[in-house]
Design a protein around this ligand. Structure first.
Ligand SMILES: NC(=O)c1ccc[n+]([C@@H]2O[C@H](COP(=O)([O-])OP(=O)(O)OC[C@H]3O[C@@H](n4cnc5c(N)ncnc54)[C@H](OP(=O)(O)O)[C@@H]3O)[C@@H](O)[C@H]2O)c1
Length: 348
């Protein structure tokens, strides 16, 4: 069975999810939406993705032809031909869209800009694939929460049965995506004055067993988020720094590298590494952990990790589709399939 996937919102996340889906043998893109004819339509045309209008109004659909684009119809028409729709609209417009998907009887996936309450289910590949099997609606958590899940779930699993873990995390957030011109700050460090920030509690929507809190600050950079994480391990955890590193080195979608030896001492070099890998847009789907920044002292584990905000969630959307459609019950098998297909797509 080929899963017919639609993308509503062909922006930063939507265009990436479209390519990741297009790369898979078991899925196809049946259409992507734009609100109006703008330069992003060109990319859809070049990729051969059928172009639809986000809205059903005749004048909005007709505007595409006026700008020289073939628009196949409105959202309702797209919903009539897909099995699942990936909503990549800007955060907080989801509620209105969800109603449309439900009325059309189409499964839907939302992104981290929406609240967990909208869908009642959230998703990361490593934390709760099984719980999302067959659901009609879920939300792939934000880039930061995805990053927390990738490295913390394996630590949780290492000490499972020996006691609980608690986590304090500080999220040093990029101010804007590279393509944004309207966000900031550009000359300040801006604390998120809501304490805890939403990131830690958000992880608990996919892994409630991890007791985590978080603080966040936005800094004037566009290329990555950085997390400084402290994990309080149970007494008698039996772990060492080496054991933790070995675990992450064997964890899918985590890259562990020695920053000093490899001369990758900041997010700038991590992004250069990503560009060298060769995925489109210079994306880094993996979470980057600095080996020499990891230290386990008594019962406390300290580490730093870097998150490519525009892309770590992309392969998770593909795995979430398989969970909802119940075509792959084993999350590791799905991750393997997703990542192998994306690598082949880009010839890497
Ligand atoms: N960017 C990131 O770093 C990042 C990371 C993880 C998760 N997310 C989440 O992913 C979601 C999308 O973010 P983004 O960064 O991709 O935003 P974006 O670049 O602004 O793209 C959003 C797209 O949605 C379209 N749109 C506007 N109103 C819409 C509506 N009512 N229904 C459907 N589509 C609509 C816009 O279309 P037009 O261009 O045609 O006007 C735009 O292309 C958000 O929930 C965000 O929080 C973002």
């Amino acid at each position: 069975m080929t899963i017919k996937v639609a993308i509503n919102g062909f922006g930063t996340i939507g265009k990436r999810v479209a390519d990741a889906v297009d790369a898979q043998e078991d899925m196809e893109i049946v259409g992507v939406t734009k609100t109006s004819p703008s330069f992003g339509c060109q990319l859809a045309v070049r990729k051969g993705y059928p172009l639809y209008c986000t809205f059903d109004e005749e004048d909005k659909i007709a505007a595409f032809a006026g700008a020289g684009y073939v628009c196949k119809g409105g959202l309702s028409e797209l919903l009539s031909i897909c099995d699942v729709i990936v909503d990549c609209s800007p955060g907080k417009v989801g509620a209105e869209n969800l109603e449309k998907y439900q009325n059309a009887g189409v499964k839907s996936i939302f992104q981290g800009g929406e609240k967990h309450a909208l869908t009642g289910k959230s998703y990361t590949s490593s934390a709760n694939h099984i719980e999302n099997l067959g659901v009609n609606c879920t939300r792939v958590v934000s880039c930061n929460t995805t990053g927390l899940s990738r490295t913390l779930v394996p630590i949780y699993e290492l000490v499972q049965g020996k006691g609980s873990i608690s986590v304090n995390s500080v999220m040093i957030r990029r101010a804007a995506d590279p393509g944004d011109s309207s966000k900031g700050p550009i000359n300040a460090i801006k604390p998120v004055l809501k304490v805890p920030s939403h990131h830690g509690p958000d992880l608990m929507t996919v892994k409630p067993e991890i007791d985590i809190t978080s603080l966040a600050v936005a800094v004037p950079t566009t290329i990555m988020h950085l997390h400084a994480i402290t994990v309080n391990l149970p007494l008698g955890h039996g772990l060492s720094t080496e054991k933790v590193l070995e675990t992450w080195k064997n964890t899918q979608r985590v890259i562990v590298m020695n920053g000093t030896k490899n001369k990758i001492t900041s997010t700038a070099e991590v992004m250069e590494l990503a560009r060298d890998i060769g995925r489109k847009w210079g994306d880094l789907h993996e979470i980057f952990v600095w080996e020499d920044g990891v230290s386990l002292q008594d019962n406390t584990l300290y580490y730093f990790q870097a998150i490519h905000q525009e892309s770590d969630v992309i392969p998770e959307n593909v795995d979430a589709i398989r969970a909802m459609m119940e075509t792959e019950t084993d999350w590791k098998a799905s991750v393997e399939k997703t990542d192998r297909a994306i690598s082949a797509y880009y010839g890497i």
